[in-house]
Ligand binder design. Structure first.
Ligand code: MG
Length: 444
């Protein structure tokens, strides 16, 4: 059995007994940890249980309260380990635990496995009464984080921004940082509420409908507002352009990568296997090397260091700015959107429209956990006959063709095989999808 998934531990009705065991297991290898949480109603319950486990093993705990994940990641540099209690974009009944290294990167699978082994083998050792840990409250982390981020952005123009925080922990930092840089800020869903009363925390078209309409309405008069919307812990952001449209993740990744490369002079960026070919094509004109990794911020941050890349981004809206820190940061990313608009002296919609548009299609097919690996084996072995090309197998199977590509991979969290295709036009995309679906059904 596994506790940790693709992004730490995440469950509906997360049981505090699990949190206690995780805290106790961590105490077997750490002396000083920092802990923070998002706004979920179960946050204090999970935190108390974690802390009990930590103290039982003699750990000194610094509690920084309700903070965005990037603030926790940033604060981890002074401790053996950082613990963030969050379920990110999941609905309010979920909660989770994500662990961070001193360098701000999330725990790698082999580190998580080590914690699991302590739990499953019951390898716990309690300390005596005179060595039980202590808890310190620290309310300076947000100020330190804000000061640090401000040192790394350079914005002189006055921008108009709607910041939508989903009632989550982004609320305590994001609108303030945009105000710090001199923007005129309208904050939305920016009081903390663990039920996410304003909107659900996944920053997608459905949940941001109201925010998009609001921006469109504001701009009918002066056309100057853009939107920055976060997920439930503000390690992600999605931008809304002046026309009130969601900025396509792939396109914004492409134009932003170009900006970073131009500004820094470094030529390598990292993205995941599920990102659009428009990124390579748009950046090809600028001599940029695009490294592709497995899906997930852990793989992206590992590749950033391995290839000495300057920037890493996932089409989910997770961006890592290596020149600042290694934790995905939706707030810093939002500020850098403004920085980029100032640099090119262009509106956001105009920047996005520079990137070519292709047709993307997605499907998922039910597949039980125990069949996933045999299905993928079949797809990898037989896909060549269907697409006339040997697949890349960094994460699932990706078939790169002249006019498009196909990615078939098992879901990390749900009983599905997912297929995503991109084609230069609708007919190509449809054909690629149909052939892929046939292949998967045969494998099943
Ligand atoms: Mg998140």
């Amino acid at each position: 059995m596994r506790l940790f998934g693709t992004s730490g531990i995440r469950m509906k009705n997360l049981n505090p007994e699990i949190a206690y065991k995780v805290g106790f297991a961590i105490s077997q290898r750490a002396k000083e940890v920092v802990i923070g949480r998002d706004t979920r109603t179960t946050g204090n319950l999970i935190k108390s249980a974690l802390i009990t486990g930590l103290l039982n093993g003699g750990v000194t705990v610094t509690d920084i309260g309700i903070v965005p994940t990037p603030t926790l990641g940033f604060s981890s540099r002074n401790y053996d380990l950082g613990i963030m209690i969050t379920a990110s974009h999941n609905p309010p009944e979920y909660n989770g635990i994500k662990l961070f290294n001193r360098d701000g990167t999330a725990y790698r699978p082999e580190q998580e496995k080590y914690i699991e082994e302590i739990i499953f083998n019951k390898n716990f050792k309690r300390v005596d009464w005179n060595s039980v840990g202590e808890v310190w409250d620290d309310d300076t982390s947000i100020r330190k984080y804000r000061e640090y981020i401000l040192k790394h952005v350079n914005i002189n123009k006055e921008f108009n921004v709607v910041v939508d925080c989903a009632n989550s922990s982004g609320s305590v930092v994001s609108p303030y940082l945009f105000t710090d840089i001199g923007a005129h800020v309208i904050s939305l869903n920016a009081h903390i509420d663990g039920r996410f009363i304003g909107r659900m925390p996944e920053p997608n078209e459905r949940n941001l409908n109201h925010t998009m309409r609001m921006i469109k309405g504001l701009n009918e008069k002066n056309g100057k507002y853009i939107g920055i919307a976060h997920d439930g812990d503000a390690d992600r952001m999605i931008a809304i352009d002046e026309k009130g449209r969601l900025a396509d993740f792939d396109k914004i990744l492409a134009v932003f990568s170009r900006y970073i490369v131009e500004k820094s002079g470094k030529k390598t960026i990292v993205t995941t296997v599920d990102a659009s070919m428009s990124i390579d094509e748009y950046l090809g004109d600028f001599n940029v090397k695009v490294i592709r990794t497995k899906v997930g911020d852990v793989a992206v941050s590992e590749a950033l260091c391995k290839y000495d890349a300057i920037f890493g981004g996932e089409p989910s809206g997770t961006w890592i700015h290596r020149d600042v820190h290694l934790t995905p940061d939706g707030i810093l990313s939002g500020l850098r959107i403004l920085e980029m608009m100032e640099y090119y002296n262009k509106r956001l919609h105009a920047l996005i429209e520079e990137v070519p548009s292709y047709v993307n299609l997605r499907e998922k097919i039910k597949c039980n956990e125990d069949k996933k690996s045999s299905v993928m084996k079949y797809v990898i072995e037989n896909g060549e006959k269907i697409y006339n090309v040997v697949p890349e197998t960094i994460d699932g199977a990706r078939f790169n063709l002249e006019d498009g590509w196909v990615l078939i991979r098992p879901s990390g969290t749900e009983p599905y095989i997912r297929i995503r295709v991109e084609g230069r036009n609708k007919n190509i995309a449809k054909d690629l999808l149909e052939r892929g679906l046939k292949l998967i059904k045969k494998a099943l």
